[in-house]
Design a protein around this ligand. Structure first.
Ligand SMILES: C[S@@+](CC[C@H](N)C(=O)[O-])C[C@H]1O[C@@H](n2cnc3c(N)ncnc32)[C@H](O)[C@@H]1O
Length: 513
């Protein structure tokens, strides 16, 4: 059990009920498995090449600094609640590329990809882009669950059986801490009174934030340990009315810290508050539903917990950066001596906000300003050849490719390769749409061998469906193989008789044959 609890005290009812609420969030993810990301829970912010590369840079700085400081052991990266696994793929491929440049041996680091859901873990073990790394054991897959035990957070993971005592462990928590057990308190007459979270009873007309918070039948919480109480006292001294205490995240950090004799590094990306006197929780405790219940993480409490209980340090984002931010915690080291580590991670912390801006519509609309293909590819490069961006602007890009007399001045092959490196298969419509966009763009750029090659992958992952047949028809038509084109257009029309494009091109084929 977590040290955050007082095992002798009988667990109060409000604590058991709140634990049941957060356990419910976990069960919902477990039930929905990777389909949680089929358009219901947003995930682009943490599963894109730019974000993965920045994280890889931060971790590489840490690795280099530790080695320069004399550490000769292994590094173990843990990613709990990893969802699709796409971040892991992008991160590890970027990290290996950067290690290559920096002359760091990639075998010094193992990535443990974790999720509570068995089906998710089964999906990863077959996922095509992960295979290279799984086979060479750069990536391992393990279960990781945080649930409640008598109202307190408790970690269960196969990682407990690993011997990581001499390793440097690094936790990458992307949109993870916000779904774990968090406890609402309200300052009443100078004392924090715990509140019980109530879910809406009616399923009809339920609003996004229709949770209720009623004071627990107790003057204060005497079930928490001294450090949590001290953190609450500090908040009380500053008159902060509403506090959400991240008990689940605290338990995860504590669990991580005890795995190794060395400091543990935690890099957390989430919506969060680094200074509660600047960004206060309101009466809803910012618990909202975005596919599932989640909240702004109390980074300030996590920072104090790392300092007080784990003798560590933290780097928190600017208080004004609360939309999506990065916070870094480092246990067992009060004053960090590793210079490169600070530089790399401070950059990561400071740039947290830019991820969101990058994916906002305003930023993407810069495409419209790109007058020619050179400008357009410059913007695509700036967005690190993200397939999300490619889908957004596919039509505009194809139009520009059609209008271009000559493509020799543009590194089309480099761009297509970069997009391909970032493609990650999932059995969802979004993943299919991304591959279709890539094939269509490559076709209009006249890269026929590339299209043929990737169409074979499309067929083995998504099946020989209507899109496969239509693009195959286009591919053969454009190369003047009208018999093959006619075959594929006919096949495509069997699947989709309303396809005007196939109808029209089939007529062309018949007249040319
Ligand atoms: C919001 S999703 C984030 C997924 C992924 N990290 C990303 O950025 O797209 C939260 C993840 O945490 C996992 N999770 C939620 N509650 C959990 C718990 N109590 N214990 C273990 N995993 C949990 C879910 O299964 C899910 O994978």
């Amino acid at each position: 059990m977590s040290q955050l609890s007082t095992p002798t005290a009988a667990t109060p009812t409000w604590r058991l009920r709140n634990a049941a609420f957060w356990d419910g969030v976990r069960h919902q993810y477990d039930k929905r498995d990777i389909d949680a990301w089929d358009d219901s829970v947003p995930y682009e912010v943490t599963n894109n090449p730019d974000f993965a590369e920045r994280c890889a840079q931060g971790v590489l700085h840490y690795v280099i600094s530790c080695q320069a400081d004399g550490f000769q052991g292994q590094f173990t990266v843990l990613e709990p609640g990893a969802g699709l696994g796409q971040f892991c793929y992008l991160f590890i491929s970027k990290l290996h590329a950067l290690m290559n440049i920096a002359g760091v041996d990639p075998s010094c680091l193992t990535y443990i990809l974790c999720d509570q859901s068995e089906q998710t873990r089964d999906f990863w073990s077959e996922q095509p882009q992960l295979q290279f790394y799984l086979k060479r054991e750069y990536i391992k897959i393990e279960p990781f669950t945080l649930d409640s035990h008598q109202g307190f957070a408790k970690v269960t993971s196969a990682i407990d059986d690993y011997d990581l005592r001499n390793n440097r462990v690094i936790l990458l928590a992307n949109y993870f801490f916000d779904s774990l057990l968090q406890q609402p308190y309200r300052l009443i007459d100078g004392v924090y009174v715990p509140h019980e979270i109530g879910k809406p009873r009616s399923q009809i007309n339920k609003k996004l934030t229709s949770l209720s918070f009623k004071p627990a039948n107790t003057a204060c919480d005497d079930s928490i340990c001294g450090v949590s109480q001290r953190i609450l006292d500090e908040f009380a001294e500053r008159g902060i009315e509403y506090v959400l205490m991240p008990e689940g995240a605290m338990a995860v950090i504590q669990w991580l810290d005890q795995l190794s004799d060395h400091p543990a590094l935690i890099i957390c990306h989430d919506k969060g508050f680094s200074d509660l006197s600047q960004n206060a929780y309101n009466a809803t405790y910012h618990i909202i539903k975005t596919g599932q219940y989640a909240s702004c993480v109390n980074f300030q409490a996590l920072g104090r917990y790392t300092e007080l209980a784990l003798h560590g340090s933290c780097m928190l984002p600017s208080p004004y950066d609360s939309g999506f931010t990065c916070a870094v915690f480092h246990t067992k080291v009060r004053h960090e001596a590793l210079a490169g580590f600070r530089v790399g991670l401070e950059y990561l912390v400071q740039s947290g906000h830019s991820f969101v801006r990058m994916y906002s519509q305003r930023y993407l609309s810069r495409y419209e300003l790109a007058e020619d293909l050179t400008g357009l590819f410059a913007v695509l490069r700036e967005l690190r050849f993200s397939l999300h961006a490619l889908v957004e602007q596919k039509d505009f890009l194809i139009e520009k490719l059609r209008q271009a007399d000559c493509l020799d001045h543009i590194d089309i092959d480099g761009a297509l390769d970069a997009f391909w490196q970032h493609y990650y298969f999932t059995p969802h419509r979004k993943s299919q749409t991304q591959l279709i966009a890539l094939l269509e763009v490559a076709l209009h750029a006249k890269r026929y061998v590339y299209v043929e090659d990737k169409l074979a992958d499309y067929a083995s992952w998504h099946g020989k469906d209507y899109a496969f047949k239509k693009i195959s028809g286009d591919l053969y038509f454009i190369q003047s193989d009208f018999a093959s084109a006619a075959y594929y257009f006919t096949e495509a029309m069997n699947d989709n008789p309303d396809c005007d494009h196939c109808k029209q091109y089939l007529t062309h084929c018949e007249s040319l044959l």
